[in-house]
Design a protein around this ligand. Structure first.
Ligand SMILES: Cc1ncc(COP(=O)(O)O)c(C=O)c1O
Length: 463
């Protein structure tokens, strides 16, 4: 090596290879930044040094503007459960497109999707559509407040339910989580006054929930929980936790609200059917739109009738220019019909194969980490200690430097697309061969990152 020549670190080398493969993405990002903050419209899709510009998707694969192909393990954050451009969904949507996207009055396509969801999701007796999961949890929480006449919703410390003000609270679990973590506003621009209407409790801890309800139940409208918190790290509920929450909600006279925006795909009736814990209200989104923007909330008829202007002049107002639009409803109905029990079981099996394979790789490379999740949803945690609370999940990612970002980039370099959370979602477009390919990429990327772990997070290496 010549004097003065800089030694390339593993991280430099990974980023350099990424840049070398993606000059078109970089050029597009430079232009986009002139018009959009960070060149994009979603905080979650930005990553350094610049995001990959995808130009086409087909089945399990994406293609970027430089001609690179990627196995897509992100699938628009779990929402594309059939992968990209599924031919039947495309055909139904294209046919609907020629007949009008939205009419500004009631239209039939929404009735078909509503019926399917009510037939499948145990807690759904009536349903309303929105354009996003954010709106769905917002309206579900509003329904709970209107029904109970109380203001407070209890959410999990570290739980994510979209980006409206009342859930921009304690999105990352408190690291020093005591029995009763204090609610914290996390989004800048969100007024502290939301804390008058939100409390937090640790996930997977019935004792802490009971203590909170015991003290405050007379002011509490409901509890909102994701059966398996997604952004919290795909941390499965402890056996009996969800049915325990149901029992506590009944005992203290508060409503139970499930956010199944991500977990609906895990069973034909969502996670509530798997866990046999039926909430009063449920929010869903993502997969039910067939690739189009969507959300929905539904539940007990007596609560949902609050939205019926024919039943009472004092109804709860709920509108939205594109709610229940024909495109989303038509594509969504076809997508949900295709996601039958056999399809769900198949992708859950593929997901378990992927998670199990990643765990074998961790062991064989002597890396103290693990893949956690359920069925078609899996996520890497950088610890081999049990991950039970969302604070455990957060703690595992605190002292690992840029490891998550570097794994994301190195997987991209090896033709696999996912987010920097190390989250994997499986689609019906994937095969056993795709899982094998993903595992080869993960093994190669982790091998390549070992020197980085040695330098930055030596606790991860068992040798
Ligand atoms: C559990 C959960 N709830 C709510 C949302 C918000 O949904 P949307 O992004 O459609 O507003 C998300 C989005 O990722 C989510 O994962």
């Amino acid at each position: 090596m010549a004097l003065g020549e800089r030694v390339m670190t593993v991280e430099d080398e990974i980023i350099e290879r990424y840049r070398g493969r993606t000059p078109g993405s970089r050029a597009r990002h430079d232009v986009a930044q002139q018009y959009l903050p960070a060149g994009d419209t979603r905080s979650a899709t930005w990553f350094a040094p610049y995001p990959t510009y995808m130009v086409a998707g087909e089945g399990a694969w994406l293609q970027d503007c430089d001609g690179n192909r990627y196995l897509d393990l992100l699938n628009n954050f779990t929402s594309l459960v059939h992968g990209h451009a599924q031919p039947d969904i495309v055909e139904y949507a294209a046919d609907q497109l020629t007949r009008g996207t939205v009419f500004g009055t009631a239209a039939e396509p929404q009735v078909g999707l509503a019926k399917l969801l009510i037939e499948r999701i145990p807690s759904f007796e009536k349903v309303r559509f929105t354009n996003s999961g954010t709106e769905a949890t917002m309206m579900m929480m509003r329904a709970a407040r209107a029904f109970s006449g109380r203001d407070i919703i209890v959410k999990m410390d570290g739980g994510y339910h979209g980006s409206h003000d009342f859930v921009e609270v304690s999105i990352s679990a408190a690291l020093d989580s005591a029995q009763a973590p204090a609610a914290r506003v996390e989004g800048r621009g969100v007024p502290d006054t939301v804390l008058n209407a939100v409390m937090v409790a640790p996930f997977n801890d019935l004792k802490a929930m009971e203590a909170l309800l015991h003290q405050h139940h007379e002011r509490i409208a409901g509890i909102i929980v994701e059966p398996m918190p997604n952004a919290g790290g795909m941390v499965p509920p402890a056996p009996g936790y969800l049915s325990g929450l149901r029992a506590l909600a009944d005992e203290y006279g508060v409503l139970l609200l499930f956010d199944e925006i991500v977990t609906l795909r895990l069973g034909s009736g969502g996670f509530q059917a798997i866990a046999d814990a039926i909430p009063d209200l449920t929010a869903v989104a993502k997969i039910i739109g067939g690739g189009f923007p969507v959300g929905a909330f539904g539940g007990r008829k007596d609560i949902m009738e609050l939205f019926n202007p024919a039943a009472s002049a004092d109804f709860v107002f709920h509108s939205g220019t594109f709610n229940g639009n024909n495109m989303t409803m038509t594509a969504g109905l076809e997508a949900m019909q295709r996601l039958d029990q056999a399809a769900i079981e198949r992708i859950n099996r593929l997901g378990e194969d992927l998670g199990g394979g990643v765990n074998r790789i961790f062991r064989s490379l002597g890396i103290g980490a693990q893949c956690l999740g359920y069925g078609s949803l899996q996520q890497i945690h950088w610890t081999d200690e049990p991950v039970i609370s969302l604070a455990d999940a957060r703690r595992a990612g605190e002292d690992i430097g840029q490891l998550r970002q570097l794994l994301q980039l190195e997987l991209l370099n090896r033709g696999v697309y996912t987010s920097n959370r190390g989250m994997f979602s499986i689609t019906t477009a994937m095969s056993e061969g795709d899982i094998a390919l993903a595992l080869t990429a993960v093994e190669g990327a982790l091998g390549c990152l070992r020197p980085y772990m040695r330098a930055t997070a030596p606790r991860l290496l068992c040798d």
